[in-house]
Design a protein around this ligand. Structure first.
Ligand SMILES: NC(=O)C1=CN([C@@H]2O[C@H](COP(=O)(O)OP(=O)(O)OC[C@H]3O[C@@H](n4cnc5c(N)ncnc54)[C@H](OP(=O)(O)O)[C@@H]3O)[C@@H](O)[C@H]2O)C=CC1
Ligand SMILES: CC(=O)N[C@@H](CCC(=O)OP(=O)(O)O)C(=O)O
Length: 335
């Protein structure tokens, strides 16, 4: 299958380009940036020297000629662009009959009103919100394989939902909101320069209290209220979430262990039991690591991912595999 990547110079786009370039059955047919991009004409490998020889491919402006090239040559279009950009681009490529994999949050939420509240814009294509399929690969694989528009799950939600859905589906959660404390590396904020992601400014600090856009994303796909607080940490890659769960009275450790068995055969999930996950254990890896410990009806679950792999490009590739009816982990294990 032939893949066009829009936003290929960004952190998730470049990561996805490297995965597609190494994949046995996928071919890059174009790497694109905005029409005004200062990087147009440059080789992607000149921005990311670690990909020299693998990605000696030019970044092209998303011009009328580019649209024609994509219409004629691409099967899959990946949008590694900001929400505002993806929201506008997705229908254009869907109208061409392409399968669209959007790494942004532009089509993840069901309710158009949530875009006013959490994203700060009125959604221009609410009809597509009904048709988009949420790309949380381990949980919606059949629906993903049939979809035209895949809204690849967010980075923080990917860790949180894989940690919590086993408990929710087994009916073990009490009515209390689940509390999620998450720390992300700075690549989570993208490649463009900004004061809050400046090397000298980043330490460890919370942001987005009560109003981060991943709060409705997690609670919508969990079916349970959450209190989610992200933090920005002074490291490049990785997300670690410490999640506080109040279980229903009388839930035993054996029931909790049994609930997690639903993920035991998922190739990109590593259940670690009482061994706590770490950022070091997942950086440059395609996995979600999940550990848990219980005391009475309190459970602490810890989940870790690489935000650019399982949290973005890795999961996008997993979704492309599912749409192509290949094993989800093809081209991911051993990256
Ligand atoms: N970074 C992460 O960990 C994760 C990111 N995501 C999501 O993925 C998307 C991309 O994130 P990230 O890689 O961090 O972003 P970056 O800021 O690193 O990259 C954005 C890319 O989009 C390009 N771009 C900007 N405007 C346009 C346009 N109008 N048309 C075409 N290309 C354009 C940029 O190039 P130029 O400006 O030069 O044109 C650049 O290549 C976002 O929606 C983000 O929320 C999801 C999960 C995790
Ligand atoms: C550290 C940092 O800034 N992280 C980003 C989340 C990563 C991301 O791009 O969000 P999506 O998964 O929704 O696309 C943020 O909090 O906005």
């Amino acid at each position: 299958m032939n893949v066009a990547i829009i936003g290929a110079s960004g952190y998730s786009g470049a990561e996805l380009a490297s995965l597609v370039a190494k994949h046995p059955h996928l071919t890059i047919v174009g790497l694109f940036v905005s029409e005004g991009s200062q990087d147009q004409g440059k080789l992607l490998s000149s921005l990311y020297p670690e990909h020299a020889s693998l990605l000696d491919l030019p970044l092209q402006p998303l011009s009328d000629a580019a649209y024609k090239h994509i219409a004629a040559n691409a099967d899959y279009v990946c949008l590694c662009t900001d929400h505002h950009v993806s929201v506008e681009l997705a229908p254009k490529f869907l109208d061409m009959g392409k399968k669209v994999f959007d790494l942004s949050g532009g089509y993840r939420l069901h309710a158009a009103s949530d875009y006013d509240t959490y994203y700060g814009f009125s959604h221009p294509y609410p009809d597509w919100l009904d048709k988009a399929q949420y790309g949380l690969a381990e949980w919606y694989s059949d629906d993903i394989s049939q979809a035209e528009l895949i809204a690849v799950a967010g980075c923080y939600p990917t860790a949180a939902l894989n940690a919590l859905k086993p408990l929710q589906n087994a009916g073990l959660l009490s009515d209390q909101p689940v509390i999620i404390n998450a720390v992300s590396g700075v690549t989570g904020a993208g490649r463009k320069a900004a004061i809050n992601t400046h090397f000298c400014e980043v330490s460890l600090a919370p942001y987005g209290l009560f109003n981060h856009r991943h709060t409705p994303e997690i609670s919508q796909y969990l079916g349970h209220p959450v209190l989610f607080t992200p933090h920005l940490g002074n490291f490049a890659r990785g997300i670690l979430e410490t999640i506080y769960v109040t279980l229903k009275p009388g839930v035993t450790p054996e029931q909790v262990d049994a609930a997690y068995q639903v993920l035991a055969n998922a190739p990109l999930i590593r259940l670690k039991g009482k061994v706590m996950p770490s950022i070091k254990g997942v950086v440059n890896q395609p996995y979600v690591d999940i550990g848990w410990q219980q005391q009475g009806n309190q459970l602490i679950v810890v989940a870790a991912i690489d935000n650019l792999l399982k949290g973005a490009a890795g999961q996008a590739l997993q979704c492309m595999n599912l749409v192509s009816h290949w094993p989800g982990e093809l081209g991911l294990k051993g990256v």
